[in-house]
Design a protein around this ligand. Structure first.
Ligand code: CA
Length: 243
């Protein structure tokens, strides 16, 4: 019998949503013994109820649940909790599935099997960044019809808000602060994710693809838009926001 972890309000709270007994138990105990307060839900319905009952910092979400599609759980919780960190756990390795997950509101993904060490490193990096990104006074950036307001964390096309996830917003902000300049992949990974990031840089490509699509969609639905900056890919280097 281990000593039960003392409830401590300073420990980040993580909700694990996983129907696999072995993986769920491994994640739950691993988090508990590494400074987190973890709760384990085995179904989508239980997870939605638990997320409404208590306030969580992060959600680890298996996509293959017995009662619901994990993507629907992500979508529902994202619409309710804008700042909740959502990491999807998937055995699916196709880009299309990862894009669907990020599109449903996830901030990151891990492909099974993954090690607890990698998971803990990612959680630490994400949660540290959330703290670092707390209020900073910065002037809004105007680029053509697009306005990026770092303080309000809003992106608008004319007066219409373009809904962006935190990473998409940070990517766009960083490129906008260096509009017209090449920004390397290494800089983007270090600034938007973390200097100590050791996950796949595919996350960058996927997030960039989603960001571009959101901007394109917003442009298509607003006939007034005529000057939207374009994000150019610089092969072997990175990206540049062209004015
Ligand atoms: Ca499963």
């Amino acid at each position: 019998m281990g000593t039960p972890a003392a409830p401590d309000s300073s420990r980040p709270k993580v909700l694990v949503v996983e129907d696999d007994e072995v993986i769920g138990h491994h994640l739950h105990t691993g988090l508990q013994s590494n400074g987190y307060t973890a709760t384990w839900s085995r179904t989508g319905v239980a997870a939605l109820a638990e997320a409404s009952r208590a306030s969580y910092d992060a959600l680890l979400l298996d996509l293959g649940l017995p009662d619901m599609d994990g993507l629907d759980v992500a979508r529902t919780l994202r619409s309710r909790f804008r700042d909740l960190l959502i990491v999807i756990l998937t055995a699916r390795t196709d880009d299309i599935d990862i894009i669907a997950g990020l599109d449903a509101g996830a901030d990151d993904y891990l492909i099974k099997p993954f090690s607890l060490t990698v998971l803990l490193a990612r959680l630490r990096a994400h949660l540290r960044r959330q703290t670092l990104n707390a209020p900073a006074q910065q002037q809004p950036i105007h680029l053509g019809d697009l306005t990026i307001d770092p303080t309000a964390r809003r992106c608008t096309l004319h007066d219409a808000e373009v809904a962006l996830r935190p990473k998409e917003f940070e990517l766009l902000s960083l490129l906008a602060r260096h509009a017209g300049e090449a920004v390397s992949r290494e800089t983007l990974m270090a600034e938007v994710w973390d200097v100590n990031w050791f996950g796949s840089t595919k996350t960058l490509d996927v997030t960039m693809a989603v960001l571009r699509r959101r901007l394109t969609e917003a442009t298509e639905t607003d006939p007034r838009v005529s000057h939207l900056p374009r994000i150019a890919t610089l092969r072997g280097h990175g990206y540049r926001l062209e004015i």
